[in-house]
Design a protein around this ligand. Structure first.
Ligand code: PYC
Length: 438
């Protein structure tokens, strides 16, 4: 295995899955109507299996990263003897707990290129997966409330433009045109002085993406094993030989860590320690109202982001909780602070009621960038450390990890996210592009 060689990344106009999709008739539009009218049981979107003794690849984590990796391994490289194991259920971790924002307006050229590839994959994903992922590119506004954040927005806009991404800094009058309900006056505690406007940004329906990838991987022969907890990873010398689960032992030469929240615990099974600290991130959703917010709005200074779903609910998120924890409980402090900050931006929603709140786990790295690629343990590869960026990166990560596993070479598009960068002082500082200050 050659761990050091880089390879040209996949060209941006490829359409993985398009030509090879072979969904059975039970997924046709006619069959959907038939099942709807007959009120019969819906066919399962993916099958259950006994655990085999051996697989070519074992992927830990049935979230978007693990499922997309399996899907692209099968679709782009013909590797299908894959088990995706998860101690919970498909999309039950960060992939079902995020606020589903997709954008590519990052700060570093590496980040911009990487997330832009994901935006392109998302654009074609409904067709590729034969599953409506409801990707709405309604635009994305990151508000600046002071000179220093405006300077960062300008920097991002310039880097974005150089990479061919639609992004520009606009003033309060233009912001008011895009979001008429926003208080852009100067009478507020934190007046809005400008914003980074990114028209290709938007949101997807996260469950649909998870389910679409799960079904696509299943149809191509990969096995999804829910309720299958990894208890250990076996090695001989510095080489992976298998995985011990609560359902039995599997032998394999390749284990992929695609977990969020539990990345450090899985790494410890092969004796690896990475600079990852896990923090909860909370989110909330309101009752539905008539559509009035046609873009994603983010305020780093006020620690809040908000979008409106097609059903009319407002989906809110904030910064990560300020302490390391594996707890996924919501807190009253979060809701109180969130409400206070949101009302400074959009005072007219004061009477809306919050219906639900929840939390997910974010594996934060020192430079707010992921850790992807080979590790000192042969056969153990990682796609971890996603902090608060993981969901939007699912498609490009899956595509790149599949290429890395199939070719045993690091694709250019992820080469800067290697584990060695921390020891070698090559950090990829993306903090300035975080949705909110952390
Ligand atoms: O990176 O856009 C983002 C984001 C939103 C919520 C968490 N991360």
């Amino acid at each position: 295995m050659d761990r050091q060689v880089n390879e040209t990344s996949v060209p941006s106009n490829t359409r993985p899955g398009k030509s090879t999709a072979k969904y059975p008739a039970k997924y046709s539009a006619f069959s959907l109507i038939k099942h709807g009218l007959a009120k019969s049981d819906w066919p399962r979107a993916w099958r259950e299996h006994d655990l085999k003794k051996s697989y070519d690849v074992v992927i830990i984590g049935a979230g978007i990263h693990g499922l997309a990796t399996a899907y692209y391994l099968a679709t782009n490289h013909g590797i299908t003897n894959i088990a995706i194991v998860d101690k919970g259920y498909v999309g039950g971790g960060g992939s079902g707990r995020n606020t589903s924002i997709v954008r590519s307006n990052y700060l570093t050229p590496e980040g911009v290129r990487f997330y832009n590839r994901s935006v392109h994959l998302y654009q074609d994903l409904s067709a590729d997966l034969n599953f409506n992922i409801m990707f709405g590119q309604m635009g994305h506004l990151t508000l600046a409330h002071n000179d220093s954040s405006l300077r960062t927005m300008r920097w991002r806009a310039e880097v974005n433009k150089l990479e061919g991404i639609d992004s520009e800094v606009i003033g309060p009058d233009d912001i008011k045109q895009i979001v008429p309900y926003m208080d852009t006056s100067t009478n507020t505690r934190y007046p809005i002085v400008g914003a980074l406007f990114h028209p290709p940004g938007g949101t997807v329906r996260h469950d649909a993406v998870n389910w679409g990838y799960a079904r696509g991987a299943d149809v191509r022969g990969c096995e999804i094993h829910q309720n299958t907890e990894v208890l250990g990873i076996t090695t001989i010398g510095d080489e992976v030989t298998g995985v011990t689960t609560n359902r039995g032992q599997i032998s394999t030469k390749i284990v992929v860590n695609c977990t969020a929240g539990w990345a450090s615990l899985i790494n410890a099974m092969v004796g690896l320690k990475m600079p990852i600290v896990t923090h909860p991130l909370q989110a909330a959703v309101t009752e539905p109202v008539k559509k009035f917010l046609n873009t994603v709005v983010v305020s780093g200074s006020l620690h809040v982001y908000v979008s409106q779903t097609d059903r009319g609910e407002l989906v809110f998120g904030a910064s990560t909780d300020p302490y390391a924890s594996y707890s996924m409980r919501g807190s009253l402090e979060f809701t109180e602070e969130l409400a206070g900050h949101v009302l400074e931006l959009i005072p007219s929603i004061a009477k809306m009621r919050v219906l639900r709140q929840w939390a997910g786990l974010c594996d934060m790295t020192p430079d707010f960038s992921p850790i992807m690629g080979f590790t000192p343990v042969k056969g153990y590869v990682v796609d971890v450390g996603w902090g608060t960026y993981g969901f939007k990166a699912g498609p490009v990560s899956g595509e790149a990890m599949a290429q890395l596993i199939a070719t045993q070479r690091v694709p250019d598009i992820i080469s800067t996210f290697d584990f060695a960068r921390f020891a070698e002082g090559r950090l990829v500082g993306e903090k300035g592009a975080a949705a909110v200050g952390h």
